[in-house]
Design a protein around this ligand. Sequence first.
Ligand code: 9MR
Length: 355
Amino acid sequence: MPRPLLALLLSLGLWNAAALAAEPTATRSLATAYGARLKIGAAVEPEQLADADGVLLARQFSSLVAENAMKPLRIHPQEDRYVFGPADALVAFAKQHGLAVRGHTLLWGSHTPDWFWQAADGQPATREQVLQRLKQHIATVVGHYRGRVYAWDVVNEAIDPNQSSCLRDDRWMQVVGPDYLAVAFRAAHAADPQARLFINDFNTQEPAKRDCLARVVKGLLAEGVPVQGIGHQTHISLYWPSLAAIDQSLTTFARLGLENQITELDMSLYQHHDYQPPQPLAQRLNLQAERYRDLMALVLAHPEVTAVTWWGVADDHSWLNHQPGAPGDDQPLLFDRQQRPKPAYWAVLHLRPHE
Ligand code: 9MR
């Protein structure tokens, strides 16, 4: 279908009906449409693999990430106990269906298990003890998935533009200091030299945060720390932020010679903490399609972007529906609660014609 015609259908709100009539999803997929240009991923919990979301994941996507199963609290709940089973199930599913795997995450300050900070005698753990545990944790987890996880979010949500250091004032900073980042990246690289290593954060398009992130990463690169890319979470809404801000952020990191990935994409149909949207639902679903199309066009104009991962498979399972105060009926992804393609799906699919 020619682009102008599609644009017209979109603007008339007829995209979904027209596209659905034209082609069944069973024969088209995001994975084939985006082929070698971009990995198209989704976050998933092990329990979803056996249900309709699992079928859709295998059919439409070329990559997956564990929504929670690889986080330190889940995979390493006690110093002498690793729980690999649930994450192993995701990796086995990926292998069975030919999907790549992103690893999320090796270090997330506010989500570090308590045992990291405690010595055996009940006293606080020393700096050396904490660093030793960090190295052990990363060596074990990255080693376990060596060759099977192609990219890791080594450090998640460390940046805080309100701190002079640009780093969040959490226990890692208080007990270890800024060196924890370099230690984490070096440990991950040693455990799997082929894995692509990312620093991952939200609101990377906000100028102050973007500039802080750039400063921290430049510092790491100057020390020879193996950081290959920036993970831009991209939890956005219909109304915020501007795509120009996202463009500027991608450009900032591309100029540093880094790879960019969109790692946790979703687009709320609500404004932040405002659940009285100005437009009716059908109109917002079409606006969502247009904005997803424009975002993907922007991504395609950035050759250093190598993957786009949605933070969920379909609207039946999204963290946005479990936020305090949220009505629980948000629809931020490409497929609806019955795994049917939404206008946003067709917009994203047709932007990249089958190769
Ligand atoms: O979607 C995840 C939710 O199920 C968890 O309860 C929560 C805490 O572990 O994390 C959510 O995922 C987050 C991701 O790991 C990091 N960026 C923000 C995501 C949404 O909160």
